[in-house]
Design a protein around this ligand. Structure first.
Ligand code: AMP
Length: 209
């Protein structure tokens, strides 16, 4: 199944994708992760997008679309994928329709209070990308990932200023995709406020044939 995960930053799209990718046998494709890997590797793409991402703005449509077009041309995502964080603009959604047929779009619905609380305490493993949280899911050992032993850090764009910008960008450019996909009959809403385990279970039920 080819899925798009839509929703504001902090709604849990990445967290749920990591937990459900194996269950659905659908590779997790996260544009945010691809950009962060490029930044960590100091590749030309990484150097180009670092400042934009750190400030909470969107990378330009042309570069982002090209990146996803190439990724979705690979063999492992021929029959199924979870697209997390793409599309984020109408132009990206229109481009996606030109190179892939999406089966369902899941709208992760969560109020600002929930997403701000999640983002302001989020900790990410540099090595495996697992999301921890200072209050809700703290690692046993400070600064060390309990999954892989990697180093845990706070994303630059999870700082208060960038979070505000990302929420503004979501409202101005991305939220319009909810109606875009609803009109096409592809959208399913899911309450993203509960614990990840509950959201995974609800999503699994929702996707059952
Ligand atoms: P995420 O991990 O999905 O929150 O993405 C982190 C950041 O990467 C975003 O705030 C954007 O700066 C950039 N980014 C990720 N996906 C896209 C996209 N589809 N279009 C433009 N920028 C993106």
């Amino acid at each position: 199944m080819k899925l798009v995960f839509l929703g504001p930053p902090g709604a849990g799209k990445g967290t749920i994708a990591v937990r459900i990718t194996g269950i659905l046998n659908a590779p997790h494709v996260s544009t945010g992760n691809i950009f962060r890997e490029a930044i960590a590797a100091a590749s030309p793409l990484g150097l180009k997008v670092k400042a934009v991402i750190d400030e909470g703005r969107l990378v330009d449509d042309g570069a982002t679309i090209e990146l996803v077009r190439k990724r979705l041309a690979q063999d492992d995502v021929k029959d199924s994928y979870i697209l997390d964080g793409f599309p984020r603009t109408i132009a990206q959604a229109e481009a996606l329709a030109g190179f892939s047929v999406v089966d369902r779009v899941i709208n992760f619905d969560a109020p600002d209070s929930v997403v701000i609380e999640r983002l302001s305490g989020r900790l990410v493993c540099r090595k495996c990308g697992f999301n921890w949280h200072k209050t809700f899911n703290p690692p046993e050992k400070d600064g060390v990932c309990g999954k892989c032993g990697g180093e845990i850090y706070t994303r630059e764009d999870d700082r208060a200023e960038a979070v505000k910008k990302r929420l503004d960008v979501y409202r101005e450019q991305t939220a319009t995709l909810i109606e875009y996909y609803r009109k096409q009959g592809l959208l399913a809403d899911i309450d993203a406020s509960p614990d990840a385990g509950i959201v995974v279970e609800n999503l699994r039920k929702l996707l059952q044939p």
